[in-house]
Design a protein around this ligand. Structure first.
Ligand code: GTP
Ligand code: MG
Length: 174
């Protein structure tokens, strides 16, 4: 799951070996595609969905993504966020966490973020959210080994726990 143009289809292609369309136009994916990926020695379904800003869909494509999430109660969610605009992607990630899904966050476009001098403290973000946070460059496969090996650490977290760790981290870092 993630906003438009963050690299979801690039992830899907790399993880499944499929070839769905990737392009630099938000709204490239308007329907879902199912594929398979190897996870912990087993083939599991991986679903590529359209981009959505939130879980309150604003158009047909967003509706497809939100409906798919609702139907896949057992899903582990890879939340993809543009590393150069983390604050824009966190809203959706928190909404998905709040629904009780185990989430792993990929800070994709790490190369672009670097080139515009945006630095993200992934460890701190991980501490606060309590979910794995992995920097990636989907077009080059960077971070994918770590991503796949840490998917098993994605576990449900409550918003109360996150609020508590925000409090702790602001007390310890001045
Ligand atoms: N520089 C860079 N480009 C990337 C990265 N990941 C994906 N891209 C490119 O970003 C564009 C968008 O990628 P897509 O995979 O189509 O994004 P999407 O999230 O599926 O987009 P929608 O289907 O429109 O929601 C493509 O041109 C990709 O090649 C990355 O880590 N770094
Ligand atoms: Mg896509």
């Amino acid at each position: 799951m993630g906003q438009a143009n963050v690299g979801k289809s690039a992830f899907f292609n790399r993880l499944t070996g499929a070839k769905v369309a990737e392009s630099n136009y938000p709204g490239t994916t308007v329907d879902f595609t199912k594929g398979h990926m190897l996870f912990q020695g087993e083939y599991v379904d991986l679903i590529d969905v359209p981009g959505t800003f939130s879980l309150q869909p604003k158009d047909k494509a967003e509706e497809v993504a939100v409906k798919m999430l609702g139907e896949e109660k057992e899903a582990l969610v890879i939340c993809i966020i543009d590393a150069s605009k983390v604050e824009r992607g966190l809203y959706l990630a928190l909404e998905i966490i709040e629904k009780g899904y185990p989430v792993i966050i990929a800070l994709n476009m790490w190369d672009m973020a670097k080139s515009v001098n945006v630095k993200v403290d992934t460890e701190k973000l991980e501490q606060i959210l309590g979910v794995p946070v992995v920097p990636t460059v989907a077009t080059r496969g960077e971070g994918f080994k770590e991503l796949v090996s840490r998917m098993g650490q994605a576990a449900p977290v409550t918003i109360e726990e996150i609020i508590r760790s925000v409090g702790n981290s602001s007390r310890t870092h001045h």
